[in-house]
Design a protein around this ligand. Structure first.
Ligand code: NIG
Ligand code: FE
Length: 396
């Protein structure tokens, strides 16, 4: 493209390291790194990336001042439709008590009692927090209502803020159905699905002892698929189980958590398209053993990194924090962790318009107050994200 072809909206120059996630660009690595780079944005799209010296001339120029530029983070797993607080439960865990999915009931009670305005205000607050830390796309789930009306309203509110909305009526068996879990599965696959499907893109199940077993999860995901929802699964978080293999069998976009994996689980993931989404905030906040990212990567599995932001098991909205944990404790290199938090998240949402900075991609990007993306892990806990652009507009 030359500067006379089309009106160039903005050129960002003076980029020390540009992460394109396009191996055909730059150094040819999976991150497609370009040094001393520029990005040209037109409208909401990237139209050109390359070396600064070759960038088309334009008046509308932003100098990155030697900062690194990355695709905006794609947080493909969060639970932001909730009310209330579980500080006490966290405190008890940090004094030695184990995490239990039963804590979800505390949030269900608080969420049911909240007004629509309160629920939406909480969502907006957490989204703003995430945006400041570089998240430009997020997925979020219902799952703290567990009645037809409460699940549907959570999804309705979520859909005002993101296209990546997930119906998780099958988070746990509703306390109202404690004596008849089969009837709750009937509700989740029947009337509740009817009310929720119009507002969601995805259907998710917590496949775990104490939540839903493999047969129930299969029935729920299959029913969702028949209504046009695509499956994803909370799988193998607290124990070994059928979730990961079921995810691959159903061609789910993602199996999330993947903390307890057999060799057969890893082989299944390596053989299919299902992304393994790792959520180190959950292991951090529950003092559990880390998922083994190295084992998955070495087997050729596509790995995504996300926050799992929720009030119980992982109350962080910070992708940079998860990147640092993944590098320190899960065997990932900084390059791999950054790829997983951007392109990996996009893969887990089956999207190719985000998570990369190449011509045609959405102009979602962040500037780091650092010379390279490696500093996200090298300087943990430091607020390095200095600008965030979404759809070609600077928002932070
Ligand atoms: O992804 N695993 C199930 N759901 C959440 C936890 C929800 C909660 O404890 O409130 C998770 O970790
Ligand atoms: Fe989760």
């Amino acid at each position: 493209m030359s500067s006379t072809d089309t009106a160039v909206s903005t050129v960002i120059t003076g980029i020390s390291t540009l992460v394109t996630n396009d191996p055909s660009l730059g150094d040819g690595s999976p991150l497609g790194l370009v040094r001393d780079a520029a990005v040209v944005i037109e409208g909401d799209r990237v139209v050109w990336t390359g070396e600064s010296s070759k960038a088309p001339a334009t008046d509308n120029r932003v100098d990155a001042g030697g900062r690194a530029v990355l695709p905006g983070f794609v947080d493909s797993h969060s639970h932001l439709l909730f009310a209330g607080d579980r500080t006490e439960e966290f405190n008890a865990r940090m004094s030695g008590r184990a995490y239990s999915a039963g804590g979800i009931r505390t949030t269900v009670a608080a969420t049911r009692a909240a007004s629509d305005e309160e629920l939406e205000a909480g969502l907006v607050r957490h989204l703003a927090e995430a945006l400041r830390q570089g998240t430009t796309t997020f997925e979020t789930k219902s799952g703290y209502g567990l009645t037809v009306a409460d699940e549907a309203r959570a999804l309705r509110i979520a859909a005002r803020h993101t296209d990546e909305v997930t119906y998780l009526g099958a988070h746990i068996v509703s306390p109202d159905f404690a004596d008849d879990p089969a009837a709750y599965v009937d509700l989740v696959t029947g009337e509740m699905l009817d009310a929720c499907a119009p507002h969601a893109r995805w259907i998710d199940v917590f496949c775990e002892k104490g939540a839903f077993d493999g047969d129930q999860a299969r029935a729920i995901l299959t029913a969702g698929r028949a209504r046009g929802l695509h499956p994803r699964i909370h799988a193998n978080q607290l124990s070994y189980g059928p979730g990961v293999r079921l995810a691959v069998e159903l061609d789910a976009a993602s199996a999330d958590h993947c903390t307890h994996l057999t060799d057969a689980d890893v082989d299944a993931l390596a053989s299919g398209r299902t992304v393994a989404t790792l959520l180190p905030g959950a292991e951090f906040s529950t003092r559990a053993a880390w998922p083994d990212a190295r084992r998955l990567l070495d087997a050729g599995v596509t790995v995504a990194l996300s926050t799992d932001c929720n009030p119980g098991s992982s109350f962080t909205s910070s992708v940079p924090f998860c990147v640092a944990l993944a590098v320190r404790d899960m065997g990932m290199t900084p390059d791999e962790a950054v790829w997983s938090a951007t392109a990996g998240g996009a893969a887990a949402l089956r999207r190719d318009d985000i998570g990369r900075l190449a011509p045609g991609a959405r102009a979602d990007l962040l500037l780091l107050d650092a010379p390279s993306h490696v500093h996200l892990a090298y300087r943990p806990g430091v607020p390095l994200v200095s600008q965030v652009w979404r759809r070609g507009v600077r928002e932070v």
